[in-house]
Structures are given as C-alpha cells and as structure tokens.
Design a protein around this ligand. Structure first.
Ligand code: GLN
Length: 190
C-alpha cells in the first residue's frame, strides 16, 4: 500500500489525515526529517507559510523535503503549502522549498477577503469542485513544466508538475476527496 505523510508543524493537518485514511492509505504525521523515510507522498497543509517555512528552515527540513522530492517523492501543497512549494513570492522574502517553477502571490484575493467559496472547473474532473479559499494565494506566473489545472477570476489556483501538485484552496475542508484521490492516483509514482 501507499504511505503518505502530512507535514504536521502547524495548520489544517487532521483534516488531510482523515481524508487520506478514508481512501485507505497509511498516513504518517511528519514533524522531523526522519519521518520522510519510506513515504511515497507528502502533503504540506494550509496554515501560515512564514511560520511553517521558518520551522522547516530551523529544523533542517527544507533540505530533507527537497531531497525527498528530487528522489521522486510526490508533494502536494495546499494554500500555505502552495506558497512553500513555489520558487519565489512576488512580494517579500521568506523561506521556500522552491520545488515548483512558479511565482506565487500571497493573500492574492485581497487581505479584506478572508474567505470565500467558488465552484471551479478543474482539468480532468467531470464535475465542478467547490474551492474553499482562506486568505488564499494564486500563481502569478508558472514556468515550463507546470500544467494549470484550474483558474478562478483568471488567476491560477491549481497546477501540477510531474510529481508535484498545488492548490490555493482547501479540499480537506470539504467532503469531496477527488483531489486527494487525484494526488494518490495521478501524481504519486506507481
Ligand atoms: N495566507 C497564508 C500564507 O500565505 C495562507 C493561508 C492558508 O493557508 N489558509 O501563509
């Protein structure tokens, strides 16, 4: 079976764990570099990207996750996780993993707009997906090798590379597990 980690430093961890368990995969809560061993995939949840990035930098886990990724491990970043997997932020500097050829705009839908829901047309999904956006980012630019999966108001809110997925919204806060299944079936290596 597949083993998937959920980075458990801060943020919406339990909801991802529950969604993965409902799909029958073994789940590991990742708090240190050692826990990455033997995983097929890793989810980086929403939360506060500056805080999670700082914790990753201080614990040496930035490099551990990069190594995991470059050895073929699949990574999915949701919201703050989407910020962290990016190569660059359009404003300001903070520790990033830089796994994805993207430039991200944090809080891209406006600081006033704390949260909203939107029906999204997603590449490869037959029915729309309800995106729950909470101080969500978007990709301002995507480079070669990145495939856009969904846009909202002309802004890129879901995209993937070969072994990486990023969503600006929170699939784990809905009962719809299609993105979790997509990660397991289409992004993880067989
Ligand atoms: N705005 C937050 C950040 O940039 C992300 C918010 C979230 O993950 N819900 O870190």
């Amino acid at each position: 079976g597949k083993r998937v980690g959920v980075l458990a430093l801060q943020g919406s961890v339990e909801e991802h764990v529950a969604a993965l368990r409902s799909l029958g995969v073994e789940v590991v809560e990742v708090r240190d570099a050692e826990s990455l061993h033997g995983l097929d995939g890793l989810i980086i949840p929403g939360g506060e990207s500056t805080m999670i990035g700082k914790a990753l930098a201080e614990s040496g886990m930035l490099d551990a996750i990069r190594t995991f990724f470059y050895q073929g491990g699949a990574v999915w970043g949701t919201c703050a996780g989407m910020v962290l997997v990016s190569a660059a932020t359009s404003v300001g500097r903070q520790p990033l993993l830089g796994l994805m050829n993207t430039m991200v705009e944090r809080n891209g839908f406006g600081r006033q707009v704390h949260s909203f829901e939107a029906e999204l047309e997603v590449e490869g999904f037959e029915e729309p997906f309800t995106g729950v956006f909470i101080r969500a980012p978007y990709f301002e630019m995507v480079g070669p090798g990145v495939e856009v999966l969904a846009e909202h108001e002309g802004k890129v809110v879901a995209a993937r590379g070969e072994n990486i997925l990023a969503t600006a919204f929170h699939p784990e806060l809905t009962d719809d597990v299609r993105f979790h299944r997509y990660f397991l079936e289409e992004v993880l290596e067989e």
